[in-house]
Design a protein around this ligand. Structure first.
Ligand SMILES: *Cc1c(COP(=O)(O)O)cnc(C)c1O
Length: 353
């Protein structure tokens, strides 16, 4: 007998469908960088690379060990989106033929020392205030070292999901004014998923798409969640009106109820603060979280589920229950849920046909 477990099932076909849908919006004018940092947002770096390699023009990661894994599978462009933090890393990046972001003076010193200016992405701070050169500092560097070099000028938006945020317009303007001062062979890149969706005239030479591929972009329901998190029901019990369920008695029954206990808790990556009333799916029917998430268990109100049994799967998100649903109703973001599933959950990757 095999032990029961919760499962994280990843569907390569959904990834491909999402990518094709998003790429349609580029109208072949921009190249598509598939952002697969953090183990492809928890979807499995190597499987994803092999499943989508024909659709991507390049890949974006943060860690050099991820870049190394991709390089063993693909000859496409690979960008280290935070660049390198030591000379050794620089040399390895060069060896692997990686592109690299240069976001501050320390990194630029390493580049200068090695006198190798190929495949650089110069990152500019236009308002995120996290990484990137200040514009005036960058203009000095450009005039001294880059005015006859090919490179990519990039920046990152702080509020791309919000079409009306003034910060986007400010960032676009700073970026455009700066790019007008560069020679004409400088490539440009701003767009993450939110920008692709909301600002189709700001896609420039490269888009850097992450969350949309995985189906975690919440403002477009053509995009489907590529991962399913599901867990078996391990117990069922009837409770009476006014009885309480779980730690601190947070959930109070307003009527007689049927409660299912499922085999997934915060030690599996389901956030502790999931609220009562959060939708889940059992047998294709909606049920609701009822009671605080425990380390290894979560309790669900299945009073209205037709024929709920021990062993039935409870889906927390899937193609049929968007990950944005659970994220939004709990003041979380889908990125956090995708990357949070722990290793004791069984991961099953279904390759694209
Ligand atoms: C993660 C990341 C992206 C991808 O953003 P999404 O919102 O997931 O599309 C793009 N650019 C940079 C620099 C990133 O770090």
């Amino acid at each position: 007998m095999t032990a029961i477990n919760s499962e994280l099932i990843i569907d390569g076909n959904v990834l491909r469908t999402n990518i094709s849908y998003i790429k349609n919006k580029l109208e072949n004018k921009s190249k598509f960088m598939a952002v697969i940092k953090s183990d492809a947002y928890g979807h499995n770096l190597e499987e994803v690379t092999e499943d989508i390699d024909d659709l991507a023009d390049g890949y974006g990661v943060v860690r050099i060990d991820e870049a190394r894994k991709i390089r063993s599978l693909s000859n496409k462009k690979i960008l280290l989106m935070q660049g390198i933090y030591s000379n050794d890393e620089f040399l390895e990046a060069k060896d692997l033929n990686l592109d690299m972001v240069v976001h501050n003076q320390d990194q630029f010193q390493i580049v200068k020392k090695n006198n190798t200016f190929n495949n650089l992405w110069l990152k500019i701070n236009t308002g995120m205030n996290r990484l990137g050169f200040e514009i005036d500092d960058f203009i000095d560097i450009y005039n001294k070292y880059l005015s006859n070099k090919r490179f990519t000028l990039m920046t990152h938006l702080a509020a791309s999901n919000d079409k009306d945020s003034i910060s986007n317009q400010n960032q676009f303007k700073l970026f455009k004014d700066l790019s007008n001062k560069m020679h004409k062979d400088v490539d440009k890149s701003i767009a993450n998923t939110g920008c692709i969706m909301n600002f189709p005239d700001k896609l420039y030479d490269w888009v850097r798409c992450g969350i949309g591929m995985y189906g975690g972009y919440f403002k477009d329901d053509q995009i489907q969640t590529a991962m399913t998190l599901r867990s078996p029901v391990v117990n069922l019990r009837k409770i009476k009106k006014d009885e309480r369920v779980g730690y601190d008695g947070r959930a109070v029954a307003e009527k007689d109820m049927l409660i299912a206990t499922v085999y997934l808790g915060y030690a599996d990556g389901l956030p502790l603060n999931i609220k009562d009333g959060t939708n889940v799916l059992i047998k294709g029917q909606k049920a609701k979280v009822f009671g605080r998430v425990s380390m290894d268990l979560t309790t669900i109100d299945v009073t209205n589920i037709n024929d709920c049994n021990i062993g039935d799967w409870c889906e927390f998100f899937s193609k049929d229950l968007s990950i944005s649903n659970i994220a939004k109703s709990n003041d979380l973001i889908s990125y956090y849920l995708m990357t949070g599933v722990k290793s004791r959950v069984e991961k099953i990757y279904k390759r694209a046909d």
